[in-house]
Design a binder for this molecule. Structure first.
Ligand code: 3PG
Ligand code: MG
Length: 395
């Protein structure tokens, strides 16, 4: 890797500010619904503990937009981290300031302190240099292990870089290596599976990846734009006219010129109201009735998609095949996840809801890599650099 990591610098006895992305999904009662992002940073934190650093963790949680929101305090996250590390984690109710500086000054080698939600301060999202400097005063070294936030030009991600030496954490290193491998030398055949509600968000990936792949499988609401271009009705599934134009003029054209196959669903599960228990129909994909929306791929499509996946040596997947949060519409997503889990080749899954689906199904461990990035994953696969990575020291 081109970037320096925590292993390239001396951390012994140093105060190390570690930016993590512990923006975990919370249930209605504030419980942590998926702690994957916390677990993913354990290698970096454990490395720093074992190398006698003083560890100062910082993260955002949710979008409080510069104000204190009680339900978005990081104390429960710090508690979970403490359980996973099986050692104490000191949880603070502030992020910067004299009291925080005092606690940090008293830290002993190997101790861990967790700062309050960065986004309780307007300076974080505004990328305010004063806020970055206040943060930097707490430490001798900065480690970015927040791959999932590295597309944000915020004070703790980008603005901090003039004030401290900045290196990558071990999760950041793993994410960059896995995702670069995927784009630079994938084993062929290489398929990308795209789903999710909004194809607009995936246009960048499609543009960047068509020259590199052999096959694209499109499911979920994302299929609507493609179906509509072919002149098919898509019921009430929303399709953006601008997106359709780009898909038709750029993506489909490029795919045709390069001999890349784009497979759309043959059959689709549709419903009038995407809610648990609401009635649904399975229809040929060129016959979506008015008033209905796409809820899942149908059984024939599942059979075709899984067969295609079996022949691949590399598969990248972003976006569920339907409304997988609703059990009756989760069959397509589940089948694709199982097909990937059974593949001997390289399987990379990313984007918030897709990673959650795979984790919920208990299949995350069967994938080569499950990215912790949502927007950051999409941006990286679009071939764009990440501002939080750009500012890290080169080797
Ligand atoms: C994410 O969950 O995608 C990251 O934590 C970034 O969060 P944000 O989209 O609120 O900036
Ligand atoms: Mg997001």
């Amino acid at each position: 890797m081109q970037k320096k990591t925590v292993k390239d610098v001396d951390v012994r006895g140093k105060r190390v500010l570690v930016r993590v992305d512990f923006n975990v999904p919370l249930g209605p009662d504030g419980t942590i619904e998926d702690d994957s992002r916390i677990r993913a940073c354990l290698p970096t934190i454990t490395y720093l503990i074992n190398h006698s650093a003083k560890i100062i963790l910082c993260s955002h949680l949710g979008r409080p937009h510069g104000k204190v929101v009680e339900s978005l305090r990081l104390a429960p996250v710090a508690r979970r981290l403490s359980e996973l590390l099986t050692r104490p984690v000191i949880s603070l109710r502030e992020t910067i300031g004299p009291r925080v500086e005092k606690t940090v000054a008293d830290l002993k080698d190997g101790e861990v302190v967790f700062l309050e939600n960065l986004r309780f301060y307007p300076g974080e999202e505004e990328n305010n240099p004063g806020f970055s400097q206040d943060l930097s005063r707490l430490a001798d070294l900065y480690v970015n292990d927040a791959f999932g936030a590295s597309h944000r030009s915020h004070a703790s991600v980008v603005g901090i870089s003039p004030f401290l030496p900045c290196v990558a954490g071990l999760l950041m290193e793993k994410e960059l290596e896995q995702l670069s491998n995927l784009l630079e030398h994938p084993d062929r055949p290489f398929a990308v599976i795209l789903g999710g509600a909004k194809v607009e968000e995936k246009i960048g990936i499609l543009e960047n990846i068509i020259p590199k792949v052999d096959l694209v499988l499109v499911g979920g609401g994302a299929a609507a734009a493609f179906l509509k271009i072919q002149g098919n009705p898509v019921g009430n599934t929303p399709v953006d006219a601008e997106t359709m134009k780009v898909v038709e003029k750029t993506i489909l054209r490029d795919a045709m010129l390069r001999g890349v196959r784009i497979l759309l669903p043959e059959d689709i599960v549709v419903t009038k109201i995407p809610e648990p228990g609401s009635p649904s129909l399975i229809v040929p994909s060129d016959q979506i009735p008015p008033d209905y929306v796409i809820a899942d791929i149908g059984p024939r499509t599942i059979a075709t998609f899984t067969k295609e996946i079996e022949h691949c040596r590399t598969v990248a997947w972003n976006g569920p095949m339907g409304i997988f949060e609703i059990l009756q519409f989760s069959k397509g997503t589940k089948a694709v996840a199982q097909a990937l889990a059974g593949l001997a080749g390289t399987t990379v899954v990313g984007g918030g809801s897709t990673a959650e689906a795979v984790t919920q199904l208990g299949l995350a461990g069967k994938m080569t890599h499950v990215s912790t990035g949502g927007g950051a994953f999409l941006r990286f696969l679009s071939g764009k650099t990440l501002p939080g990575v750009d500012v890290l020291l080169n080797r």
